[in-house]
Design a protein around this ligand. Sequence first.
Ligand SMILES: CC(C)(COP(=O)(O)OP(=O)(O)OC[C@H]1O[C@@H](n2cnc3c(N)ncnc32)[C@H](O)[C@@H]1OP(=O)(O)O)[C@@H](O)C(=O)NCCC(=O)NCCS
Length: 190
Amino acid sequence: MIPPDLPSPADAGPAIRELGSAERRAAVEVINTAADWYREFLPPEELHSPEMDESGWDAEAERMTWWGAFSDRRLVGVTGSEPIGDVLLIRHLYVLPEHQRSGVAGALIRHIEEISPDSVGMIVAGTYTANYKARGVLEKSGYRPAADSERVLRAYYDIPEDRLLGSIAYVKRVDPPGRRSERRRRGVTG
Ligand SMILES: CC(C)(COP(=O)(O)OP(=O)(O)OC[C@H]1O[C@@H](n2cnc3c(N)ncnc32)[C@H](O)[C@@H]1OP(=O)(O)O)[C@@H](O)C(=O)NCCC(=O)NCCS
């Protein structure tokens, strides 16, 4: 059962907050429901079903922060942020099919950018090369394919070789700390 969340104003997009372990079941359900889309482009032998189980969610929670997007108090999207040195990884971005294409993933990405520590100079997100939906939202959010994509994936992602070879890394540089603090003070985002 997901605890109630503050509703967001109608035009403000989903409410976003950190997820706790009590919400792992709902989060895993969102992930596995959304991951069904992989059947459309992955060969059966490369499908991992389920995409994530509850122990996998807990293991990930030890290295990263889980975030949830709520619409009408229902969890509709999840993602994770993992800092590694001066890089922040966006991981496990999933939105329930009936809530897709309404800006939920874009809002989660923006949230991670806004809360990123000043030490972060670059945000990295990896996805399947064939995943045009994920590539679309990343490009719309200002991310670009890394020139040295395979090296970036090998440096930051601990994923099976089959996934790595079929994936692409997207990167976005973030403002240096001084400019970021100034933007926060002025309430400027995006
Ligand atoms: C990828 C995903 C997270 C995007 O979530 P979303 O909330 O729909 O994304 P947003 O609404 O914020 O962004 C929409 C943009 O993404 C791209 N996009 C999303 N769905 C798309 C679709 N069905 N067809 C084409 N482009 C699509 C487009 O660029 C779109 O912009 P537009 O609507 O102006 O054309 C969602 O499709 C999903 O959960 N997919 C299954 C899991 C997955 O692939 N996760 C990525 C793991 S890295």
